[in-house]
Design a protein around this ligand. Structure first.
Ligand code: FHN
Length: 478
């Protein structure tokens, strides 16, 4: 082999090792960059430092892990609190303007009475955090059109129209950042206050039209600019939670356009299915037979019997019968019921968005706080069986529910078997260990295989938690 060839070969091998070195350094650079990216808050950096938005799975991860959030319905409707001109108005409190047929001119002055001086954002966030909730979805604007932030697009807001003159959403945003809770905004597409969007509820005109001829003007010149304020001025948000999408004036193509508009403003934000017309179809067919806008389904006041396989979903629910505060609605669900709903929803692969309706003074009702504290006490011991879990791989269980993580099953026992044998049908895997999640020593419970797909766990006489005791099974294989 002549020198030239040898030289070339040596030169060649030197190039190869240099190229390898560059690739290794670049990979290490990537590793460092991506590992120190705060999850979900900013786009990841690509191989050469270019910003890339998260994939859907990457942006959904915090939400899928969270499993539990607080819904807050708060606005002018807390002032009448379900009563109008001395009469109790039936239905959900935040709909009082429509249910009592209150003209805009009579409803607007409620803003002068809205002065929630007892509001403390750290307290609201602390109540959610102590309950084990990982995110808060608050009504930035409900159907009545009143804005809980300082909007430059209207004076019908907390700063210009009320004696309170403090930006509630800004204060909440600060408190959420401080306490590590994701802040999310609910926003109503339907708007009973804006003249271009009032029909069919408040036709200012006697033309009898059911739809709003200038709805597109409301969307482009009012709703989108307001959303830009919310999405660019209050820090990284977890979710834009749309609602009021069912009106005639709103279509799926507009939903897709709005989805893209919001995503362009914050690439990693999540957007629910009510941005378009996906609510019924996506939830009804489990996976709509056409592409709907929206990252997750939003079954309301219900828990789908078998979850929504193949769809991310979140059940939103009131603690009594109203979203917005009503002074005389005392039909509270028990803490036990709410706790078991949390396990039931997680066992089907969903999130639980549980609502509170603060009063006009800025206080979350005691009955809500008590229930959240009870849930928090349970979560302090058992949150491992909720956070980051996926749906049960087992069939119906007579005594409770099941949630799962790789190599683990969490058996949520609502009805403690009196024969001290917890039967687990449908489980073929070998069980390596069983123990009570509340037992810090993880004392092993005896497990016996009753048949090829049923095992029985020997459980203590007393249930450590009469509402929901979690028995952990460490299993072999998937
Ligand atoms: O009309 C609203 C209602 O007031 C409330 O905000 C619920 C919560 O999801 N959403 C709509 C009804 O589906």
């Amino acid at each position: 082999m002549d020198n030239k060839t040898t030289l070339f070969r040596n030169h060649n091998s030197t190039c190869r090792s240099r190229a390898n070195a560059v690739i290794i350094i670049a990979a290490l650079f990537m590793l460092v960059i991506t590992s120190c990216q705060e999850e979900g808050s900013k786009p990841f950096l690509g191989l050469f430092g270019e910003k890339r938005p998260l994939t859907k799975d990457e942006r959904m991860k915090w939400w899928r892990d969270a499993r539990f959030g607080m819904f807050i319905h708060w606005g002018l409707y807390a002032v009448p609190a379900g009563q109008w001109k001395g009469k109790q108005i039936p239905g959900i409190g935040e709909w009082i303007m429509e249910r009592a047929d209150i003209p805009v001119a009579e409803y607007e002055p409620l803003a002068q009475q809205f002065n929630p001086v007892k509001f403390n954002a750290d307290e609201f966030v602390g109540i959610a955090k102590n309950a084990g909730m990982k995110y808060i979805v608050i009504t930035s604007k409900h159907h009545d059109g009143f804005c809980l932030w300082d909007s430059k697009v209207t004076d019908y807001d907390i700063i210009d129209a009320t004696p309170f003159k403090r930006d509630i959403l800004k204060e909440l945003s600060k408190a959420c950042r401080k306490q590590g809770i994701k802040l999310c905004f609910y926003h109503s597409i339907m708007d009973w206050h804006h003249p271009d969007a009032q029909r069919p509820f408040y036709p200012n005109y006697n033309d009898g039209k059911k739809s709003n001829p200038n709805f597109a003007r409301y969307v482009e010149n009012y709703m989108k600019p307001q959303l830009k304020e919310l999405i660019t001025k209050y820090g990284p948000l977890g979710v834009m939670w749309f609602d009021g999408e069912w009106i005639k004036d709103w279509t799926e193509p507009q939903g897709k356009d709005l989805y893209n508009y919001v995503r362009a403003l914050q690439p990693n934000i999540l957007i629910n299915n009510r941005v378009g017309k996906g609510r019924k179809e996506m939830e009804g067919l489990n996976k709509g037979d056409q592409e709907y806008a929206g990252d997750f389904g939003t079954p309301e006041q219900q828990i789908p019997a078998t979850g929504l396989p193949g769809v991310d979903w979140e059940s939103c629910m009131t603690m009594n019968d109203t979203w917005g505060y009503k002074s005389y609605d005392h039909n509270w669900k028990s803490s036990e019921d709410l706790l078991q709903k949390l396990a039931d929803i997680a066992s089907k692969g969903g999130n639980f968005l549980l609502n509170v309706g603060p009063t006009a003074e800025g206080v979350i009702p005691d009955a809500s706080v008590e229930r959240l504290a009870a849930i928090g006490n349970w979560m302090k011991v058992n949150s491992e069986s909720i956070y980051g879990t996926t749906a049960s791989p087992l069939g119906k269980l007579p005594w409770g529910r099941c949630t799962a993580k790789p190599g683990k099953l969490y058996l949520h026992v609502f009805d403690w078997p009196t024969n001290l044998r917890l039967e687990v049908p449908g489980l073929k895997n070998q069980v390596n260990k069983a123990y009570l999640l509340s037992d810090k020593k993880r004392t092993t419970l005896t497990v016996r295989r009753e048949s090829k797909d049923t095992i029985a766990v020997r459980i203590p006489r007393e249930a450590p938690d009469v509402v929901n005791t979690v028995v952990v099974l460490e299993i072999k294989d998937k």
